[in-house]
Design a protein around this ligand. Structure first.
Ligand SMILES: [Zn+2]
Ligand SMILES: [Zn+2]
Length: 326
Protein backbone atom coordinates (compact mmCIF):
# COMPACT_ATOMS: atom_id res chain seq x y z
CA UNK A 1 0.00 0.00 0.00
CA UNK A 2 1.60 3.22 -1.14
CA UNK A 3 1.57 6.40 0.93
CA UNK A 4 -0.83 8.00 -1.54
CA UNK A 5 -3.39 5.45 -0.38
CA UNK A 6 -3.12 6.42 3.26
CA UNK A 7 -4.24 10.00 3.23
CA UNK A 8 -7.19 12.24 3.74
CA UNK A 9 -7.95 14.46 0.76
CA UNK A 10 -9.70 17.80 1.35
CA UNK A 11 -11.66 19.93 -1.16
CA UNK A 12 -12.97 23.29 0.02
CA UNK A 13 -16.43 23.82 -1.48
CA UNK A 14 -17.16 27.13 0.24
CA UNK A 15 -15.03 29.51 2.30
CA UNK A 16 -17.20 32.62 2.75
CA UNK A 17 -18.81 33.63 6.02
CA UNK A 18 -22.55 34.44 6.13
CA UNK A 19 -23.28 35.07 2.45
CA UNK A 20 -21.92 33.74 -0.84
CA UNK A 21 -19.82 36.16 -2.87
CA UNK A 22 -18.80 36.04 -6.55
CA UNK A 23 -15.60 34.15 -5.71
CA UNK A 24 -16.58 32.17 -2.63
CA UNK A 25 -19.57 30.07 -1.68
CA UNK A 26 -20.80 29.57 1.89
CA UNK A 27 -19.42 26.72 4.02
CA UNK A 28 -18.81 23.23 2.67
CA UNK A 29 -15.82 20.91 2.90
CA UNK A 30 -15.38 17.49 1.29
CA UNK A 31 -13.00 15.04 2.98
CA UNK A 32 -12.19 11.91 0.97
CA UNK A 33 -10.44 8.71 1.94
CA UNK A 34 -7.67 8.49 -0.66
CA UNK A 35 -7.78 4.66 -0.57
CA UNK A 36 -11.21 4.58 -2.20
CA UNK A 37 -13.94 7.05 -3.16
CA UNK A 38 -15.66 7.31 0.23
CA UNK A 39 -16.10 10.89 1.37
CA UNK A 40 -17.57 12.95 4.18
CA UNK A 41 -19.20 16.37 3.78
CA UNK A 42 -18.81 18.88 6.62
CA UNK A 43 -21.47 21.60 6.30
CA UNK A 44 -23.68 22.25 3.30
CA UNK A 45 -24.33 25.93 2.72
CA UNK A 46 -26.71 26.89 -0.10
CA UNK A 47 -25.29 25.92 -3.49
CA UNK A 48 -23.06 23.18 -2.10
CA UNK A 49 -24.48 20.57 -4.49
CA UNK A 50 -23.38 22.65 -7.46
CA UNK A 51 -19.91 22.91 -5.93
CA UNK A 52 -19.91 19.11 -5.46
CA UNK A 53 -20.59 18.65 -9.18
CA UNK A 54 -17.84 21.08 -10.11
CA UNK A 55 -15.41 19.24 -7.82
CA UNK A 56 -16.41 15.96 -9.56
CA UNK A 57 -17.50 14.26 -6.36
CA UNK A 58 -20.31 11.71 -6.51
CA UNK A 59 -23.25 11.78 -4.10
CA UNK A 60 -23.28 7.97 -4.45
CA UNK A 61 -19.95 7.75 -2.61
CA UNK A 62 -20.91 10.17 0.15
CA UNK A 63 -20.86 8.19 3.42
CA UNK A 64 -21.69 10.88 6.00
CA UNK A 65 -22.73 14.51 6.34
CA UNK A 66 -21.73 16.50 9.42
CA UNK A 67 -23.46 19.81 10.13
CA UNK A 68 -21.63 22.02 12.63
CA UNK A 69 -24.60 24.23 13.58
CA UNK A 70 -27.98 25.46 12.39
CA UNK A 71 -26.98 28.81 10.85
CA UNK A 72 -28.07 28.98 7.22
CA UNK A 73 -24.62 29.51 5.74
CA UNK A 74 -23.76 26.01 7.04
CA UNK A 75 -26.91 24.04 6.20
CA UNK A 76 -29.29 25.69 3.69
CA UNK A 77 -27.93 23.48 0.89
CA UNK A 78 -28.53 20.23 2.72
CA UNK A 79 -32.06 19.31 1.70
CA UNK A 80 -31.56 20.02 -2.02
CA UNK A 81 -28.47 17.85 -1.91
CA UNK A 82 -30.33 14.99 -0.23
CA UNK A 83 -33.12 15.26 -2.80
CA UNK A 84 -30.63 15.18 -5.69
CA UNK A 85 -28.96 12.07 -4.27
CA UNK A 86 -32.43 10.46 -4.32
CA UNK A 87 -33.06 11.53 -7.93
CA UNK A 88 -29.69 9.98 -8.80
CA UNK A 89 -31.03 6.66 -7.46
CA UNK A 90 -29.00 6.49 -4.32
CA UNK A 91 -30.14 3.54 -2.20
CA UNK A 92 -27.29 3.22 0.33
CA UNK A 93 -28.02 4.55 3.83
CA UNK A 94 -26.52 7.93 4.65
CA UNK A 95 -25.25 8.96 8.08
CA UNK A 96 -26.05 12.51 9.20
CA UNK A 97 -24.45 13.91 12.34
CA UNK A 98 -26.07 17.26 13.10
CA UNK A 99 -28.04 19.26 15.65
CA UNK A 100 -31.42 17.56 16.19
CA UNK A 101 -33.19 20.64 14.75
CA UNK A 102 -31.73 19.65 11.38
CA UNK A 103 -33.55 16.31 11.55
CA UNK A 104 -36.82 18.11 12.35
CA UNK A 105 -36.23 20.53 9.49
CA UNK A 106 -35.61 17.68 7.03
CA UNK A 107 -38.74 15.83 8.20
CA UNK A 108 -41.00 18.90 8.01
CA UNK A 109 -39.63 19.93 4.61
CA UNK A 110 -40.07 16.40 3.25
CA UNK A 111 -43.68 16.43 4.44
CA UNK A 112 -44.48 19.89 3.05
CA UNK A 113 -42.70 19.46 -0.29
CA UNK A 114 -43.60 15.89 -1.28
CA UNK A 115 -40.01 14.70 -0.83
CA UNK A 116 -39.53 10.93 -0.56
CA UNK A 117 -35.92 9.83 -0.24
CA UNK A 118 -35.31 6.33 -1.65
CA UNK A 119 -32.55 5.70 0.91
CA UNK A 120 -32.52 5.73 4.71
CA UNK A 121 -30.96 8.54 6.77
CA UNK A 122 -29.14 7.35 9.87
CA UNK A 123 -29.38 10.40 12.06
CA UNK A 124 -27.12 11.04 15.06
CA UNK A 125 -27.70 14.06 17.30
CA UNK A 126 -24.34 15.83 17.29
CA UNK A 127 -24.58 16.26 21.07
CA UNK A 128 -24.55 12.47 21.40
CA UNK A 129 -21.60 11.86 19.08
CA UNK A 130 -18.82 12.88 21.45
CA UNK A 131 -17.70 9.23 21.34
CA UNK A 132 -15.91 8.10 18.20
CA UNK A 133 -18.41 6.84 15.63
CA UNK A 134 -17.14 4.38 13.03
CA UNK A 135 -18.51 5.31 9.60
CA UNK A 136 -16.63 2.92 7.29
CA UNK A 137 -13.82 0.39 7.84
CA UNK A 138 -11.33 3.25 7.82
CA UNK A 139 -13.20 6.47 8.55
CA UNK A 140 -14.54 7.58 11.91
CA UNK A 141 -15.96 10.81 13.33
CA UNK A 142 -16.12 12.41 16.76
CA UNK A 143 -17.75 15.71 17.70
CA UNK A 144 -16.46 18.43 20.06
CA UNK A 145 -18.49 21.28 21.55
CA UNK A 146 -17.61 24.87 20.58
CA UNK A 147 -18.82 28.34 21.58
CA UNK A 148 -21.12 30.31 19.25
CA UNK A 149 -24.52 32.06 19.25
CA UNK A 150 -26.21 28.68 18.82
CA UNK A 151 -24.76 25.26 19.81
CA UNK A 152 -21.86 24.65 17.44
CA UNK A 153 -19.48 21.70 17.07
CA UNK A 154 -16.18 20.65 15.57
CA UNK A 155 -15.58 17.22 14.06
CA UNK A 156 -12.55 14.99 14.31
CA UNK A 157 -12.25 13.15 11.02
CA UNK A 158 -10.03 10.14 11.54
CA UNK A 159 -8.72 7.67 8.97
CA UNK A 160 -7.00 4.51 10.19
CA UNK A 161 -5.05 2.24 7.90
CA UNK A 162 -3.34 -1.04 8.62
CA UNK A 163 -0.52 -2.38 6.52
CA UNK A 164 0.91 -5.91 6.59
CA UNK A 165 4.67 -5.89 6.26
CA UNK A 166 7.03 -8.84 6.02
CA UNK A 167 9.76 -8.86 8.68
CA UNK A 168 12.57 -9.25 6.15
CA UNK A 169 15.29 -8.63 8.76
CA UNK A 170 14.17 -11.69 10.73
CA UNK A 171 14.13 -13.79 7.55
CA UNK A 172 17.61 -12.64 6.52
CA UNK A 173 18.92 -13.54 9.98
CA UNK A 174 17.48 -17.04 9.61
CA UNK A 175 19.17 -17.32 6.21
CA UNK A 176 15.96 -17.38 4.20
CA UNK A 177 16.88 -15.87 0.85
CA UNK A 178 14.67 -13.37 -0.89
CA UNK A 179 12.44 -15.22 -3.34
CA UNK A 180 9.42 -17.50 -3.41
CA UNK A 181 9.50 -18.12 0.37
CA UNK A 182 9.19 -14.38 1.05
CA UNK A 183 6.31 -14.12 -1.39
CA UNK A 184 4.49 -17.09 0.17
CA UNK A 185 4.91 -15.75 3.70
CA UNK A 186 3.68 -12.34 2.57
CA UNK A 187 0.58 -14.09 1.17
CA UNK A 188 0.01 -15.68 4.60
CA UNK A 189 1.25 -19.16 3.59
CA UNK A 190 3.48 -21.17 5.93
CA UNK A 191 6.81 -22.19 4.40
CA UNK A 192 9.14 -25.20 4.87
CA UNK A 193 12.76 -24.21 5.45
CA UNK A 194 15.61 -26.45 6.65
CA UNK A 195 13.11 -29.08 7.85
CA UNK A 196 11.21 -26.57 9.97
CA UNK A 197 7.93 -24.75 9.34
CA UNK A 198 8.07 -21.00 9.20
CA UNK A 199 4.66 -19.71 10.21
CA UNK A 200 3.53 -16.70 8.21
CA UNK A 201 1.97 -15.17 11.32
CA UNK A 202 5.41 -15.00 12.97
CA UNK A 203 6.86 -12.92 10.14
CA UNK A 204 4.04 -10.53 9.30
CA UNK A 205 4.03 -7.25 11.18
CA UNK A 206 0.93 -5.07 11.21
CA UNK A 207 1.69 -1.37 10.90
CA UNK A 208 -1.01 1.11 11.85
CA UNK A 209 -1.30 4.58 10.35
CA UNK A 210 -3.65 7.23 11.68
CA UNK A 211 -4.61 10.50 10.02
CA UNK A 212 -6.56 12.95 12.20
CA UNK A 213 -7.94 16.32 11.14
CA UNK A 214 -10.27 18.56 13.13
CA UNK A 215 -12.82 20.69 11.29
CA UNK A 216 -14.38 23.42 13.39
CA UNK A 217 -17.71 25.12 13.02
CA UNK A 218 -18.24 28.76 13.95
CA UNK A 219 -16.50 29.38 17.27
CA UNK A 220 -15.04 32.20 19.34
CA UNK A 221 -13.08 29.90 21.70
CA UNK A 222 -10.55 27.70 19.86
CA UNK A 223 -9.13 26.69 23.26
CA UNK A 224 -12.18 24.41 23.64
CA UNK A 225 -10.35 22.17 21.17
CA UNK A 226 -7.16 21.91 23.25
CA UNK A 227 -7.66 18.28 24.21
CA UNK A 228 -8.97 17.18 20.82
CA UNK A 229 -6.00 18.80 19.09
CA UNK A 230 -3.44 16.86 21.10
CA UNK A 231 -3.12 14.10 18.54
CA UNK A 232 -4.42 15.96 15.49
CA UNK A 233 -2.19 16.68 12.52
CA UNK A 234 -4.38 19.47 11.15
CA UNK A 235 -6.90 22.03 12.42
CA UNK A 236 -9.31 23.67 9.98
CA UNK A 237 -10.91 26.63 11.72
CA UNK A 238 -12.88 29.75 10.97
CA UNK A 239 -11.10 33.09 10.95
CA UNK A 240 -13.92 35.43 10.10
CA UNK A 241 -12.01 38.64 10.85
CA UNK A 242 -8.65 40.14 11.73
CA UNK A 243 -8.36 41.14 15.38
CA UNK A 244 -8.78 44.86 14.49
CA UNK A 245 -12.08 44.20 12.73
CA UNK A 246 -13.26 41.82 15.45
CA UNK A 247 -12.60 44.58 18.00
CA UNK A 248 -14.76 46.94 15.91
CA UNK A 249 -17.56 44.40 15.31
CA UNK A 250 -17.55 43.35 18.97
CA UNK A 251 -17.99 39.93 20.52
CA UNK A 252 -21.73 39.64 19.65
CA UNK A 253 -21.37 37.43 16.52
CA UNK A 254 -19.11 35.06 18.48
CA UNK A 255 -16.50 34.48 15.78
CA UNK A 256 -12.70 34.10 15.92
CA UNK A 257 -10.04 36.43 14.61
CA UNK A 258 -6.90 35.18 12.86
CA UNK A 259 -4.95 36.18 15.96
CA UNK A 260 -7.06 34.11 18.36
CA UNK A 261 -6.76 30.98 16.21
CA UNK A 262 -3.05 31.50 15.47
CA UNK A 263 -2.20 31.96 19.15
CA UNK A 264 -4.10 28.82 20.03
CA UNK A 265 -2.38 26.79 17.29
CA UNK A 266 1.00 28.04 18.46
CA UNK A 267 0.32 27.16 22.11
CA UNK A 268 -0.81 23.69 21.07
CA UNK A 269 2.23 23.10 18.88
CA UNK A 270 -0.13 22.26 16.01
CA UNK A 271 1.85 21.51 12.87
CA UNK A 272 -0.80 22.44 10.30
CA UNK A 273 -3.55 25.04 10.22
CA UNK A 274 -6.02 25.97 7.48
CA UNK A 275 -8.21 29.03 7.96
CA UNK A 276 -11.56 29.53 6.25
CA UNK A 277 -15.00 31.26 6.65
CA UNK A 278 -13.76 34.75 5.81
CA UNK A 279 -15.99 37.79 6.11
CA UNK A 280 -16.65 39.34 2.67
CA UNK A 281 -14.57 42.33 3.79
CA UNK A 282 -11.49 40.07 4.01
CA UNK A 283 -11.88 38.36 0.65
CA UNK A 284 -9.93 40.71 -1.62
CA UNK A 285 -6.13 40.59 -1.86
CA UNK A 286 -5.58 43.17 0.86
CA UNK A 287 -8.06 41.47 3.18
CA UNK A 288 -6.43 38.07 2.71
CA UNK A 289 -2.99 39.58 3.19
CA UNK A 290 -4.09 41.16 6.47
CA UNK A 291 -5.28 37.78 7.74
CA UNK A 292 -2.08 36.04 6.58
CA UNK A 293 0.13 38.71 8.19
CA UNK A 294 -1.70 38.29 11.47
CA UNK A 295 -1.31 34.50 11.43
CA UNK A 296 2.42 34.88 10.64
CA UNK A 297 2.80 37.14 13.64
CA UNK A 298 1.49 34.57 16.12
CA UNK A 299 2.02 31.13 14.56
CA UNK A 300 5.19 29.46 13.34
CA UNK A 301 3.62 26.30 11.88
CA UNK A 302 2.47 25.48 8.37
CA UNK A 303 -0.70 27.36 7.41
CA UNK A 304 -2.95 28.15 4.46
CA UNK A 305 -5.92 30.43 3.88
CA UNK A 306 -8.45 28.35 1.95
CA UNK A 307 -9.99 29.42 -1.35
CA UNK A 308 -12.96 27.66 -2.93
CA UNK A 309 -11.84 24.49 -4.75
CA UNK A 310 -8.49 24.39 -2.98
CA UNK A 311 -7.40 20.80 -2.45
CA UNK A 312 -5.03 19.42 0.17
CA UNK A 313 -3.77 16.02 1.25
CA UNK A 314 -2.76 15.02 4.76
CA UNK A 315 -0.85 11.82 5.55
CA UNK A 316 -0.12 9.93 8.75
CA UNK A 317 3.26 11.62 9.15
CA UNK A 318 1.51 15.00 9.33
CA UNK A 319 2.59 16.06 5.84
CA UNK A 320 0.01 18.56 4.54
CA UNK A 321 0.32 19.37 0.83
CA UNK A 322 -1.64 21.63 -1.44
CA UNK A 323 -2.65 19.64 -4.50
CA UNK A 324 -3.17 22.48 -6.93
CA UNK A 325 -0.84 25.32 -5.98
CA UNK A 326 -1.69 28.51 -7.83
ZN1 LIG B 1 -20.97 30.84 9.58
ZN1 LIG C 1 -22.75 30.63 12.73
Amino acid sequence: MKNANKMLHFTFLGTSSGVPTLTRNVSGLAIRNSKNKDWILVDAGEGTQHRIQQAKLSLQNLVAICITHVHGDHCYGLIGLLASAGMNDRTAPLTIIAPKEIQQWIEVTALLTDLHLPYPLNFTDVKESTQIQQITDQLSIQSHRLSHRVPSFAFSIIAQYTQKKLDTQALIQLGVAKGKAWGDLQQGLDVQFNKQTLKAADFIRTLRHRVHAIVGGDNDHPDLLAQACQDAQLLIHESTYTQAILDKVGSGPMHSSAKIVAEFAQQQGLINLILTHFSPRHQDCAGQQAIADEVHQYYQGNFYLADDFDQFTLDATGQLSKVNPK
